[in-house]
Design a protein around this ligand. Structure first.
Ligand code: PGA
Length: 250
């Protein structure tokens, strides 16, 4: 297993986010039809805000960049304040000047009987775009990547998954008084590993254990993010707090 793990530690999540946004903009300038895989969650908020600022204030052009979202709740209406479709639209895609025809998310409204076909089509769309060039990821406190919860096989592709209890519990305050969906549609771990390059962002003390498990713990399905050790080009973008449990990697 060859792996070139790159670990970057920043004083703050803001500093890390600014660096990643600037680098993404440089990559899009060099390759306008860049294919990005993007996550939702609290982790990428500052990154997306800076990508928007770069577009508005410094002319960064995201209009030809293709975007595939990592996951979406299922079922969920794309207009719901809880949907990842709405999060992406509001936080990045509309204010950043992305082309809606070039941005793709798993559907939260596809019928149960059509989910498998939808997931296969999502994988086919990624392949038709030439594959994901840069996959950005957050990491769950339980080491999940997207909705690939502990126990997910490394050979998984985009599919309907049941959310882990801890994932639903963490989402509960923002859903209140609505219940958190029990399922999501997520790119699989094999989908993530297919990306040419992966940038994993993890900020704050609450992520320290998952970061240490992913980088230094046993490689296996108990910690989905440990799969990243099988990828040749992974960049870990951390703040100081997220490194607290690392012993060997720093
Ligand atoms: P967060 O979620 O960015 O909201 O912490 C990341 C994740 O659970 O994958």
């Amino acid at each position: 297993m060859t792996s070139a793990v790159q670990i970057e530690v920043y004083a703050t999540s803001a500093a890390a986010s600014l660096t990643c946004a600037a680098e993404a903009a440089a990559r899009a300038a060099a390759e306008p039809e860049l294919v990005l895989g993007l996550p939702t969650g609290s982790t990428p908020r500052q990154l997306y805000a800076e990508m928007v600022r770069l577009h508005r204030a410094e002319g960064a052009d995201w209009s030809r960049v293709r975007v595939f979202n990592l996951d979406e709740y299922w079922p969920i209406d794309p207009g719901s304040v809880h949907s990842f479709a709405r999060f992406m639209r509001e936080q990045l895609l509309e204010p950043g000047g992305f082309d809606p025809a070039r941005t793709f998310l798993p559907s939260g409204t596809v019928e149960r009987g059509a989910v498998d076909r939808h997931c296969a089509e999502y994988e086919a769309a990624i392949a038709a775009a030439g594959g994901i060039r840069i996959q950005l990821l957050g990491i769950g406190v339980n080491g999940h990547l997207g909705f690939n919860e502990p126990g997910s096989s490394w050979s998984t592709r985009t599919r309907l998954v049941e959310l882990a209890e801890v994932t639903r519990r963490r989402a509960a305050p923002s859903f209140f008084p609505d219940p958190v969906p029990t399922h999501g549609i997520s790119m699989g771990l094999a989908t993530v590993l297919d990306a040419e390059e992966i940038w994993v962002l993890a900020f704050g003390a609450e992520k320290a254990e998952a970061v240490a498990a992913a980088l230094e713990g046993p490689v296996g399905v108990a910690c989905p993010a440990s799969v990243l050790r099988a990828h040749p080009r992974v960049r870990w973008v951390l703040d100081e707090a997220a490194t607290a449990r690392l012993t060997r990697s720093r």
